[in-house]
Design a protein around this ligand. Structure first.
Ligand code: NAD
Length: 478
């Protein structure tokens, strides 16, 4: 497997002579050592991206050619999904099936945007008989893109495909905890003959390479998916340059379960929403459940029964449903939050400890009941298999609890009454509201944050407009 940085159309030998060991979260064994990009590599990457932008390679590329290039990438991602999925599972910990699906999903994303290259429309604005005003979508220039570790292959595809449609060239940093699978992209870009410089992949730790990339004057735009703390640092670092940013950040997503809900569906959605995909290490995890007392006993009994049966295991073990946490640091973080939950007086209904295995970062699916709305576990993103349950008296109280955090990424409402669902959805401050399920998603659907969960939209046509700027051209005809 290729372990070097991909710059200006080729994998280059390390200039920094440093590398990063990548560990398998299921057994702490080294998966590989990836080259660390420091100043030399960073300069080369920005220079290559700037040259490609100045040559107008993407802006002037025929829409059909761009579409064919993106479809060819999708095809290669599908061809290599087994190999890529296995490697991603080793470095990221998710099940092999989830990781193969992530490669398939990334291919679908490139295909979806390949279909949009000739469908992004500009505006003509009428204003009298002697003038013509039109507004066109234009790129920002060189986009610095920074990716988190939980879905590195799919987030990469979304960022790149949308930015290429608009015409931004890219310097992208995959996450240091699972970077190797992103190098499949470099190999695929070479195989497909992607023009040099329109994408450059550089690896490194956040505090070193990430910070240097942000501080470098070579970017005109920053696309960041990750924690609000780092987003805030990016804003401070770039304040003097006043460059646009696009932030997809954390969440503390709540489901409201009304008494007329289908309880089995709500239970299945909770298990799926907080425990199964990536052990709760997902920005839109159902980390809070606000449930009406009338149905709470039945909901809790069924939820606990299902949770008890979940199989904790490594990504390559048969039947695994709850995979390891990404790192020992993440284990510590989750353990600390659970301790703080106990100290806050919440009832620990199930879980609350490391799983009984002596290998890897395995944590038990954990449910807290009777949680105070202002408790730390109710307010902060834990990013693990831990959810908090609250009661509510009336709809207003449910909304107040749902909106009580600084976050606003996703939310859900479970009810058989469409009118109540709409009333609720209208009042929840979040960029995505699901009704009677969790994870109703697709490449054609836009999503993004309210409040501390970020700004800018990804997905669908909105995602494309969200990665560019408009220019108005006003012409006097006579
Ligand atoms: P993180 O913020 O620690 O790291 C994200 C990326 O930023 C990594 O590549 C890291 O190397 C880099 N980075 C870290 N410090 C940096 C710095 N000072 N300057 C520049 N880059 C730096 O987040 P994480 O732990 O990788 O991911 C988890 C977070 O991401 C959670 O908050 C989660 O909710 C969020 N997330 C959001 C979405 C979304 O779509 N909204 C999707 C996935 C993850």
């Amino acid at each position: 497997m290729e372990l070097r940085n991909f710059i200006d159309g080729k994998f280059i030998d390390s200039l920094s002579k440093k590398n990063i060991p990548v560990l398998n979260p299921a057994n702490q064994k080294i998966v590989g050592n990836i080259d660390e990009a420091l100043d030399g590599e960073i300069d080369l990457a920005f220079k290559a991206a700037k040259r490609a932008f100045d040559k107008r390679i993407l802006v002037d590329m025929d829409a059909k050619d761009k579409s064919n290039m993106m479809r060819a990438i999708a095809q290669k991602l599908r061809e290599r999904k087994e190999e890529g999925g296995k490697l991603l599972s080793q470095e990221n910990g998710k099940t092999i099936k989830q990781c193969i699906d992530e490669f398939k999903g990334a291919a679908d994303t490139f295909d979806f945007y390949a279909g949009l290259t000739d469908k992004i429309e500009n505006k003509l604005i009428p204003s009298g008989h002697d003038t013509l005003n039109y507004v066109v979508l234009e790129p920002f220039g060189v986009a610095l893109q920074i990716v988190p570790w939980n879905y590195p292959v799919s987030i990469f595809s979304g960022m790149v495909a949308q930015n290429w449609i608009v015409g931004n060239t890219i310097v992208i940093k995959p996450p240091e905890l699972c970077p190797i699978s992103s190098n499949f992209y470099g190999q695929i870009f070479k195989d497909v003959g992607v023009p040099d410089g329109i994408i450059n992949i550089v690896h490194g730790y956040g505090e070193t390479t990430g910070r240097k990339l942000v501080q470098h004057s070579g970017s005109d735009y920053i696309v960041f998916t990750g924690s609000p703390e780092v987003a805030s640092e990016i804003l401070k670092e770039t304040a003097d340059r006043i460059i646009p940013t696009h932030f997809e950040l954390g969440g503390k997503s709540a489901a409201i379960i009304y008494p007329d809900a289908d309880i089995d569906k709500a239970v299945d959605s909770t298990v799926k929403g907080i425990f199964k995909p990536n052990a709760g290490q997902i920005c839109v995890a159902m980390s809070r459940v606000i449930v009406h007392p009338k149905i709470k006993d039945e909901y809790m009994t069924k939820l606990v029964a299902k949770t008890q049966k979940l199989k904790i295991g490594a990504g390559d073990e048969d039947g695994t449903e709850v995979t390891p946490l990404i790192s020992t640091d993440q284990m510590q973080r989750v353990s600390n939050y659970v301790k703080s939950g106990i100290q806050s007086g919440a009832t620990l209904t199930i879980g609350g400890d490391k799983a009984e295995r002596d290998d890897g970062n395995f944590y038990q699916p954990t449910i807290f009941d009777n949680v105070k709305v202002d408790a730390t576990i109710a307010q902060e993103e834990i990013f693990g298999p831990v959810t908090s349950v609250f009661d509510f008296e009336d709809e207003e109280e449910a909304i107040n609890i749902a909106n009580s955090t600084k976050y606003g990424l996703a939310s859900g409402v479970f009810t058989s009454d469409d009118q109540k669902a709409k009333w609720t959805a209208d009042r929840i401050q979040a960029g995505i509201i699901w009704q009677n399920d969790w994870f109703v998603d697709g490449n054609n659907l836009p999503g993004g944050g309210y409040k501390r969960s970020g700004y800018g939209r990804d997905g669908g046509v909105d995602g494309v407009y969200s990665h560019g700027q408009t220019k108005r051209i006003s012409k006097r005809l006579y």
